[in-house]
Design a protein around this ligand. Structure first.
Ligand code: DGJ
Length: 740
């Protein structure tokens, strides 16, 4: 096969190639540990050919029914399987239009002005622009084109795919569905789909199900990502894929609005994964000459099991999605007022908390809800982003100055996208919310959703936030979002444009966030939505951290953190130590245990320090100091699941290893003692077997009997070790330091 490399580029320690020879009918992308390939068949369809472990250069890439007709290899389109399965329904297409008998989820579904709903996309052209492979498909006789974009990351093999549709007709074309990408895996009956689901205060629950001809749909119809299914998937093979070995295909959609990801087997046993805007209640009428772009769908492959997949994805996310990339500062130790004082925030009260927070080594003090407007409960004030002068008679400045004097920076809570009916903003602009005229406006937490799709609303919010940050020395905004959409009307635009709201809203949200960051480059932002209701690769590109859940119970939290980190990195995952018993489940736990749980993320403290005793401050100071010695490893290192915290598992162990392998930290957590148990040791992972490591107990204390102070990485990983934990909700952590 003659093939010319038309783009080659380097990452940190790898090379990627996009191979798309002139006049060729095969396209191939190669990144670290991954090859992805497509080909144009003899009828002009673009067919997926391969996605998985790297192939040798020049390896044949053929469809299941190939005929070789010289150079290059030609991919053959199948004929009909039976009268019930016409060719159009069995041809595997990289990005099918809804037409010609397609019976699986399409990439795109359209209706033309004359009522034609048949869309058949065939290869038209390709080019390589920089590092991006661009393939243009066109309908067989209508002037509608779809452009597919592909890049591959040299260091991780993560693909970035997106699509655009352009209406070249002189009349409008309505788009009812458009995917960012469709992925294909070869025929097999042993695939399992792993996904993350949940609800408020119970996010990030891991599920896995067999992939069968019954389609599994992961979606949000709520206007935002939602607490339910996250737009993330991982697919392994039953009995083959484990935490540490076997193939995993995974991906996540970079979109913070309603989305749909479907996974299923077609009637020939092939696996199709489709993801993009949710077609539910959505349409976009493309004007002549207009283009609609999709979000990016990132996807990767690992042959090192679920653990390998998440470590590779974390690496990619840190380097290419998060603001600041690999050089971003680690998350500071934060104090947040919410669970301590709720809406009862005052200058005097917050200053007293700030003094106590500073004593234990907190680096950022955040005033949560309640500082603005008439915000004495959740019934009023949202929308009025001016300081409540009863609570802060002199504005925020005295508190901010005090926080600075104490050596911390200052953060503030906002929920810009919402409005209470009892607010000056709503009284002035009742038309600014999502609504259908004459219909009820359903409230959630006593609030309505501002229609950010409107440019006047967008500009108002940007102006208010810009002023707030410019006039106060604010280092950090906690950006909250506390309800789902209802009555998603946008009555001010033409009827055929109203359902654009699902896209325009999110685009304007991204615009406000990015513009705010541009105007205030030192500002950091936390994404929050009643906990983890809006975590995805779209919002993560514009925020420095996220709040994974309002559930701060330290035992539940271990499971929440385990679920979260399947898809997203510890680098952004905040975790607070709060009061016990916990509000979520009234469970009582020790302060030590709460710290050991929270120290496995970005450490925060949300307890009411006014109620703490001296010994609590001593305990907290010890753990905060200890955390600062390992946080780079925890937040930015490699995560190894040794014994995952899952329901019915009495204990768990998780390990974090610095990128240079010089430090490792293994947390052991005991949920509940059973039967005078004599548990097996936990085996560290990720250390350099050939180097020597000294081990110590995080925060001080004696090593368990029989554990040497120093041994090789191989020794620790082979022999394992375990603390003699007894009781319920106890834990410890071992620190491994490489010795030269
Ligand atoms: C929901 C958030 O998740 C909480 O942390 C807190 O900020 C409240 N909103 C405040 O209303």
């Amino acid at each position: 096969m003659a093939s010319a490399v038309v783009a080659a580029f380097s990452g940190v320690d790898a090379q990627a190639k996009v191979t798309a020879p002139a006049g060729a009918r095969i396209f191939r992308l190669d990144g670290a540990g991954v090859t992805y390939a497509m080909g144009v068949d003899d009828k002009g369809y673009l067919q997926p050919l391969y996605w998985g472990a790297p192939l040798a250069p020049g390896d044949p890439l053929v469809s299941t029914d190939p005929v070789k007709t010289g150079d290059p290899v030609l991919v053959k389109a199948p004929g009909e399987l039976s009268g019930f399965d016409p060719a159009g329904s069995v041809t595997l297409q990289e990005y099918p239009g809804q037409g010609e008998g397609l019976v699986n989820d399409p990439g795109i579904k359209t209706i033309f002005a004359d009522g034609n709903r048949d869309l058949v996309l065939k290869y038209k052209s390709h080019s390589v622009r920089g590092e991006t492979l661009v393939i243009e498909l066109a309908d067989i006789n209508r002037p509608l084109t779809v452009t597919l974009r592909y890049t591959i990351d040299p260091d991780t093999g993560v693909l970035a795919r997106s699509a655009s549709v352009r209406n070249g007709d002189s009349r409008p074309v309505r788009v009812d569905q458009i995917a960012s990408a469709v992925f294909t895996l070869p025929v097999s009956d042993d695939y399992r789909l792993h996904y993350l689901t949940g609800r408020h205060a119970a996010e990030w629950t891991k599920k896995d199900v067999a992939i069968t001809p019954a389609l599994t749909v992961l979606e949000s119809r709520r206007g935002s990502t939602g607490h339910g299914n996250n737009p993330y998937f991982a697919i392994g093979k039953d009995g083959v894929t484990s935490e540490d070995a076997g193939p995993v295909w995974y991906g996540a959609l970079a979109w913070s609005g309603s989305f749909r990801v479907s996974v299923g087997q077609d009637n020939l046993g092939r696996i199709r994964i489709m993801g993009g805007y949710n077609p539910y209640d959505f349409s976009w009428t493309l004007k002549p000459g207009e283009t609609l772009d999709t979000p990016v769908f990132y996807a990767g492959y690992s042959n090192a099991g679920m653990g390998g997949a998440s470590r590779t994805f974390h690496k990619f996310e840190i380097a290419h999605i998060l603001p600041g990339g690999e050089k971003a500062k680690p998350r500071p130790v934060v104090y947040n007022s919410w669970e301590a004082t709720a809406f009862d925030v005052t200058e005097i009260g917050q200053e007293a908390l700030a003094e106590k927070a500073a004593r234990i080594g907190v680096e950022r003090f955040v005033v949560d809800d309640g500082w603005f407007g008439a915000r004495n409960s959740d019934k009023a004030g949202l929308g009025d982003w001016t300081v409540n002068r009863t609570k802060f008679p002199n504005g925020l400045k005295p508190l901010i100055d005090k926080v600075h004097t104490l050596g911390m920076d200052f953060g503030l809570w906002v929920e810009p996208e919402m409005v209470n009916v009892d607010s000056d903003l709503y009284r002035a602009h009742p038309d600014w919310v999502l609504n259908y005229p004459g219909r009820p406006r359903t409230e959630g937490r006593n609030q309505l959703v501002l229609n950010l799709a409107r440019t006047d609303v967008r500009d108002h919010l940007l102006g208010v936030l810009d002023k707030l940050v410019a006039e106060n020395d604010i280092a950090f905004l906690k950006w909250d979002y506390n309800r789902n959409w209802t009555e998603a009307g946008w009555p001010q635009v033409a009827v055929q444009d109203q359902q654009r709201v699902y896209v325009e809203y999110v685009r304007n949200l991204y615009y406000i966030l990015s513009e705010l960051r541009r105007r205030h480059p030192k500002l950091e932002i936390e994404g929050c939505s009643g906990g983890g209701g809006r975590v995805d690769l779209g919002i993560l590109g514009l925020t420095d951290e996220v709040w994974p859940s309002d559930n701060t119970d330290p035992a539940d939290r271990l499971m929440i953190q385990d679920g979260f980190t399947q898809a997203y990195p510890v680098a952004v995952m905040m975790a607070w130590v709060t009061d016990s018993p916990n509000w979520a489940n009234t469970r009582t736990t020790s302060l030590d245990y709460r710290f050991l749980s929270s120290m496995q993320g970005g450490l925060g403290i949300g307890a009411n320090l006014d109620k703490w005793k001296d010994e609590d401050f001593t305990t907290a100071s010890k753990w905060v100091a200890a955390y600062k010695t390992i946080r780079q490893t925890v937040q930015r290192g490699q995560l190894y699941r040794i014994d995952p915290p899952v329901r019915d598992n009495a204990s768990s162990a998780t390990m974090y290893v610095s990128q240079d392998k010089r430090q490792g930290v293994m947390f052991q957590m005991l949920h509940s003692s059973m039967w005078r148990d004599n548990p097996a040791p936990n085996h560290p992972k990720g250390l350099d077997p050939a180097r020597s490591y000294a081990v110590s107990v995080l925060g001080g204390g004696a090593l368990p009997d029989g554990v040497p102070a120093r041994a090789s990485g191989a020794y620790w990983m082979e022999r394992g070790l375990r603390a003699p934990l007894k009781g319920d909700f106890v834990g410890t952590a071992f620190v491994f330091e490489m010795k030269d």
